[in-house]
Ligand binder design. Structure first.
Ligand code: NDP
Length: 331
């Protein structure tokens, strides 16, 4: 697979370039809004071509797929242009700023017969898959509740648009609540119906929220509690799933790396649960490559990206209005 990177971003630098290459993808060019930055980025990562012209990149017949990791407001025009040019798309979350925009991107790719994937990495992790397997095999009985702890400290080098730009899609809700929405959907196999929420600015947010807590109702009756923040240096991350026959405690698993621990507690006692420690982003690329080759679906599809955004938008809406909000997944 021949890839072009749309966005000279931190996530591309830190994870995705390595993941694509490890899965034998060939990165042939990179796009930045600054030709100079693109050139520097290309030199740093040994990418043959660079530039600031999206149409030039998309006209390149050596490009099969694009990885979009620009700031969130750019995903829509870049994804639509890529689809129009016949390129498969792996797009970062949140797919867009509005549900209509996200839906338009995914629909365009579907109509063009192209693969469109969302880079929700957590469902690619061995830990989350192990938790899901425990749940689906009935080890905790009927699921009563899910608690998602995802309050982290945003490192200084990322304290830019995320904390001060609503226009670029900043705020912890589009940044992290979307991931948690995907986790809940992945683990429980159902879509949140309605949410109540509060949000705050607790030290970093300047014009956008840097913290949120919300409670979601699931069709089965299970309750989901979700906490996201940019301002918690020592909170750690994790999730707990509680059922009629047992509880799962997964520590440090809301991360970009294959780390953490899982413990199952039932009437029989406590049991440490092992899991595969493969690279999360490699798994995302692996499944994308397979989908393009006609083998199955990406790990997280475009529809998954639309649904995670729908939940996040409902959380923000509920927090703003101070009322329960039904999640609108669109048509
Ligand atoms: P960055 O801020 O690092 O990059 C976003 C854009 O900012 C880049 O495309 C680049 O623009 C510009 N930029 C980056 N560094 C510099 C710099 N030093 N000087 C000037 N401009 C710069 O964001 P992230 O990599 O953290 O996030 C990008 C996207 O990926 C977002 O949509 C985010 O939500 C998502 N993401 C997803 C993760 C996941 O695990 N799935 C994890 C982290 C982020 P240009 O390309 O025009 O040069």
């Amino acid at each position: 697979m021949r890839w072009a990177l749309i966005g000279a971003s931190t996530i591309a630098r830190q994870y995705m370039i390595g993941a694509i290459r490890a899965e034998r993808g060939n990165i042939v060019r990179v796009l930045s809004s600054s030709a100079e930055r693109a050139r520097d980025f290309a030199a740093e990562h040994k990418i043959p071509k660079s530039g600031a012209d999206l149409q030039e990149l998309l006209a390149d017949s050596d490009v099969d797929a694009v990885y979009i990791s620009t700031t969130n407001e750019k995903h829509l025009p870049q994804a639509l242009a890529a689809v129009k040019a016949g390129k498969h798309v792996l797009c970062e979350k949140p797919l867009a700023l509005t549900l209509d925009d996200a839906t338009a991107m995914v629909r365009a790719a579907k109509e063009a017969g192209l693969v469109f994937a969302t880079n929700h990495h957590l469902r690619c992790s061995g830990s989350h898959r192990a938790v899901r397997a425990l749940i689906t095999s009935g080890r905790i009985g009927r699921v009563l509740s899910l608690r998602l702890h995802h309050a982290v400290f945003l490192p200084p080098h990322l304290q830019g648009w995320r904390i001060n730009s609503p226009d670029a899609g900043g705020g912890v809700i589009p940044d992290i609540t979307v991931h948690d929405a995907d986790v809940a959907r992945f683990l429980l196999g159902e879509d949140p119906v309605s949410v109540v929420a509060q949000m705050a600015s607790s030290g970093l947010g300047d014009g956008v929220e840097d913290s949120a807590m919300s409670v979601w109702t699931m069709p089965s009756g299970a309750m989901v509690m979700s906490h996201e923040s940019f301002t918690h240096p020592f909170a750690g991350s994790g999730l707990e799933a509680h059922g009629t026959e047992g509880s799962i405690f997964a520590k440090d698993v809301m991360t970009q790396n294959p780390i953490g621990s899982i413990e199952l507690v039932t009437a029989a006692g406590r049991e440490a649960i092992g899991f595969d420690n493969h690279d999360l982003y490699r798994e995302s690329v692996l499944r994308f490559h397979a989908a393009v080759a006609g083998d199955g679906e990406p790990a997280a599809t475009g529809v998954d990206g639309v649904k995670s955004l729908a939940v996040a938008l409902a959380v923000r809406d509920a927090a703003r209005k101070g009322v329960r909000v039904d999640v609108n997944y669109g048509d």
